[in-house]
Design a protein around this ligand. Structure first.
Ligand code: RTP
Ligand code: MG
Length: 140
């Protein structure tokens, strides 16, 4: 597997509990290098664009409110097989189903307030990185 990049978000529930460093330590321990990172606050409209794929789902409105409720940390992670590796380190969407040692098992509060986002494929990773970062911000 080649070196890949993936897009990650440390969500409001985690930034509000000062878990950014603990979550980053998990990424780095798994061999994922943080090659870009910034703390921003989304509007509800921007959160809606980011999660537009879930527009028809019953949790969409709640999800957009949550993602706009406090600052988030957006980041680009790089490493061998980074997309799958990041999702492995994150754990299942619902923390009750997440494996021991995963970020969501240790830190998530609920299926909605689940501490992290990670791209789900190569195309979404490229799109999500380009939405939040300029080429100038992406140094290897
Ligand atoms: P993400 O996109 O945030 O990395 O999470 P994921 O792939 O594991 O899960 P996905 O199905 O894409 O859902 C996106 C986010 O929506 C919230 N959610 N809430 N209340 C609910 O039943 C529910 N289901 C999903 C979570 O914040 C989830 O991460
Ligand atoms: Mg997803």
């Amino acid at each position: 597997m080649a070196i890949q990049r993936t897009f990650s978000i440390i969500k409001p529930d985690a930034t509000q509990r000062n878990l950014t460093g603990a979550i980053n330590a998990k990424f780095e321990a798994a061999g994922l290098r943080i090659v870009a990172q910034k703390r921003i606050k989304l509007t509800k409209e921007q959160a809606g664009v980011f999660y537009a794929v879930h527009k028809e789902r019953p949790f969409y409105d709640e999800l957009c409110d949550f993602m706009a409720s406090a600052p988030i940390v957006v980041q680009v992670l790089e490493g061998e097989d980074a997309i799958a590796k990041n999702r492995e380190v994150m754990g299942a969407t619902n923390p009750a189903e997440a494996a021991e040692g995963t970020i969501r098992k240790e830190f998530a509060l609920s299926i909605g307030e689940n501490s992290v986002h990670g791209s789900d494929g190569e195309d979404t990773a490229k799109e999500e990185i380009a939405y939040f970062f300029s080429g100038l911000e992406l140094v290897g």
